[in-house]
Design a protein around this ligand. Structure first.
Ligand SMILES: [Zn+2]
Length: 193
């Protein structure tokens, strides 16, 4: 267990792959006894997460995407964008595909510009369709609030299942950072510009 004292308000625990090492960030003034108590109280949680890590297959480096995969993705996108433009009554000015480390897509609503992650080529068509709808829907609603979710649900009732399938993977999973917190942020489908 490694304890780092920081200017933070709360104690946080992280379990880092691949060996399930425990990292603790503690406020500067937290006592050792307090930190020990905090960790002991959370042993069940720690064990659960370690078990989950141990059950994961070793992260094999992904094969680089072939040109055929990229071409297939680029062919699949225009019909989807066309479909969602017509359905939602909006117009995308530009779309492109590129490698992104932390998100599946992005939408600049002012420029009406959409980027999609090349890694989507490794995922089923339903996932791509979800990300395209998600980004196109930002042209109607910038945020991820109730109105946005309402739009998704109206046109793609199973969007949550598709998102869950994507969340099981991290964009750029081929090169994970050395200490990836298990309790960090889940990669979002999107970031809005
Ligand atoms: Zn979004």
């Amino acid at each position: 267990m490694r304890v780092t004292r920081k200017r933070v308000r709360n104690l946080t625990l992280r379990i880092t792959p691949p060996h399930g090492d425990l990292r603790v960030s503690a406020p500067l003034r937290a006592s050792d006894a307090f930190i020990r108590r905090f960790v002991i109280d959370r042993l069940p949680w720690i064990e659960r997460h370690r078990a989950r890590l141990a059950a994961l297959p070793p992260a094999a480096p992904l094969e680089p995407l072939s040109k055929a995969h990229r071409d297939e993705l680029k062919r699949a996108i225009p019909p989807l964008i066309g479909k969602w433009q017509r359905t939602l009554g909006v117009q995308v000015a530009f779309w492109g595909v590129k490698h992104m480390r932390t998100r599946w897509g992005s939408c600049n609503t002012a420029a009406r510009r959409i980027w999609l992650n090349l890694e989507l080529a490794r995922h089923p068509a339903e996932c791509l369709d979800y990300v395209v709808l998600h980004e196109v829907a930002h042209l109607l609603e910038r945020g991820h609030g109730a109105r946005f979710k309402g739009i998704l649900s109206q046109y793609m009732p199973d969007w949550k299942a598709r998102r869950a399938a994507l969340r099981a993977h991290r964009p750029g999973a081929a090169t994970p950072p050395p200490s990836q917190p298990t309790r960090g942020r889940v990669p979002s489908a999107c970031s809005k510009a």
